[in-house]
Design a protein around this ligand. Structure first.
Ligand code: ADP
Ligand code: MG
Length: 494
């Protein structure tokens, strides 16, 4: 389908509700395990099942995680917030209500920047418990119920309608994922459902303020689906309005196979949730002292690191984005910079940082991907990568020598300098060792020398290759080129 034509007189308006499953050991209100992936109905104690006579007790980690995310998204933290019952009937909800927050969410009025110029306001972040899972595909005649997920803690992050395209919504969702992973409050795994997204979409004539009628798209479990579904829905609504047909306020489902959204239920049939404060749970109190303690334990956030890398290390934006994408990679990089800075290297900081960035973006991340290892467990520790980078900075090894040395270091934890010597990888930068070979190569190729003298300058590359091939170890290619050009111009004068 065509991209949305920016010439259309309508502007897309999108607000997202992102549900994020928290990485606590136990559930929101009971000691049951909250782990993903167990066999059905293994983590179901009487509280999860909502049996009569049971009482919920709030998991303090859930509050701590909510405050972490609230602080990271510049929210105000509500000093006294309430948990409320949200009633609806569904087989995967054995209590008949979900415990959530309604009138006083724990975090309000924050924002998340998705680019230098794009600030998306966050209306609220609230705590709620998840429901179980209905399995319809196992057997054509029945639905099976798995209650393991009942009571698993979630945060719902509700944005203001500030997004303007599917691509922006995709980016925003990725930023949320990055943040919850940095904060170590969720694994942000969309395929496993730890991050789920509902998109509210409307369009309005450009230059107007009033919001149009929105639809809500459910059932999106990948960044790509979020983007495609929203763009499709925007086009559908614009097409309706152009024909004079009003948009119906309804919930729609995204069908990725057909590339369309379709109606699920109209909002007129929407539930009345009959919210009220849960009488079994006291208010959640977050004191200034508790907030300060959580603040003190927060990691440096990706946006802060990104601007540090660009400003202090003078790295390109692209490098800064790759290095800050995941916290373990950023931590690895920063440790390597630190170690190189403390070493005898006297190269300027930007030179050191760029050399390390190249090794990490190339060799380290590629090896991690190929071998399925986490950066945090990478066999070459940051300090040793710094030593390798230093050999390269001072031209002790060539770039191809560095490749061989890096490979060797994966299974040899001696100092890189020692391995390089032993494997004869040190770069030869000694004229007296190179000159006889340069001379021999020129003597053996009179035809190519003649071509050079007739003006075919590019043939120098051929000579460089010949010299490199005859040498054990790796000569400095810049020096080889200089010596060749000297030798050739000398022949010119003969
Ligand atoms: P509902 O009561 O239908 O859940 P809310 O007002 O709570 O609606 O908003 C839910 C989400 O929908 C928020 O992210 C909000 O920014 C977004 N939203 C609200 N109105 C619109 C609209 N007209 N167009 C697009 N998004 C909207
Ligand atoms: Mg909603």
């Amino acid at each position: 389908m065509d991209a949305i034509n920016i010439e259309t007189p309508y502007e897309p308006v999108i607000g997202l509700e992102v549900h994020c499953q928290l990485l606590t050991e136990s559930k929101t209100f009971s000691p049951d395990s909250a782990e993903f992936g167990a066999a059905p109905n293994q983590h179901v104690d009487p509280v999860s099942l909502g049996l009569p006579g049971t009482l919920p007790v709030l998991n303090s980690r859930v509050v701590e995680f909510a405050v972490r995310l609230g602080l990271a998204t510049n929210c105000q933290i509500t000093a006294c917030s309430l948990l409320a019952r949200k009633h609806y009937f569904y087989p995967d909800l054995p209590k008949g209500y979900q415990i959530s927050q309604f009138e006083s969410p724990i975090c309000v009025a924050g924002y998340l920047d998705i680019g230098a110029e794009r600030r998306i306001r966050i209306t609220r972040i609230h705590i709620e418990e998840d429901a179980g899972k209905s399995l319809h595909d196992q057997d054509p005649t029945s639905t099976l119920l798995d209650y393991n997920r009942c009571g698993v803690p979630l945060l719902e992050i509700v944005s203001e309608p500030d997004l303007r395209s599917g691509a922006e919504a995709n980016l925003y969702t990725q930023k949320v994922r990055q943040l919850v992973r940095y904060l170590e409050i969720s694994d942000g795994n969309m395929e496993e459902g730890s991050l789920r997204c509902d998109a509210n979409v409307s369009v309005r004539p450009r230059e107007t303020q009033a919001l149009g009628t929105k639809t809500e798209i459910k059932n999106m479990n990948s960044f790509r689906h979020v983007e495609r579904a929203i763009d499709h829905e925007v086009r559908r609504q614009i097409a309706l309005l152009k024909r004079g047909i009003p948009v119906t306020h309804e919930t729609r489902l995204w069908d990725d196979a057909s590339g369309e959204t379709r109606s699920m239920r109209s909002k007129e049939e929407a539930h009345d949730y009959r919210y009220f404060p849960d009488p079994d749970l006291p208010p959640i109190l977050v004191t200034e002292a508790a907030k300060a303690a959580i603040m003190a334990g927060m990691p440096r956030l990706p946006a802060v690191r990104h601007s540090h890398y660009v400003q202090e290390f003078q790295l390109p934006e692209y490098d800064a984005s790759v290095l800050t994408e995941e916290r373990p990679v950023a931590d690895y990089f920063e440790q390597a910079v630190e170690e190189l800075g403390c070493s005898e290297s006297d190269a300027p900081l930007p030179v050191q940082a760029k050399m390390l960035s190249n090794f990490i973006m190339g060799d380290v991340l590629r090896t991690c991907k190929e071998d399925g290892i986490e950066v945090a467990n990478f066999p070459v520790q940051p300090g040793r990568l710094a030593q390798l980078a230093q050999l390269r900075i001072e031209s002790t090894i060539s770039s191809s020598g560095a490749q061989l040395l890096f490979e060797a270091m994966l299974s040899d934890d001696r100092a890189p300098g020692v391995i390089a010597k032993e494997r004869n990888l040190m770069q030869v930068s000694d004229r007296s060792a190179l000159e006889p070979i340069v001379d021999r190569v020129l003597e053996e190729h009179p035809k190519q020398v003649a071509m050079y003298l007739e003006g075919k300058r590019s043939i120098v590359g051929f000579f460089i290759g010949q010299v490199m091939r005859r040498f054990d170890g790796s000569p400095d290619p810049k020096l080889v080129r200089t010596l060749l050009i000297e030798g050739l111009s000398f022949r010119n004068h003969e």
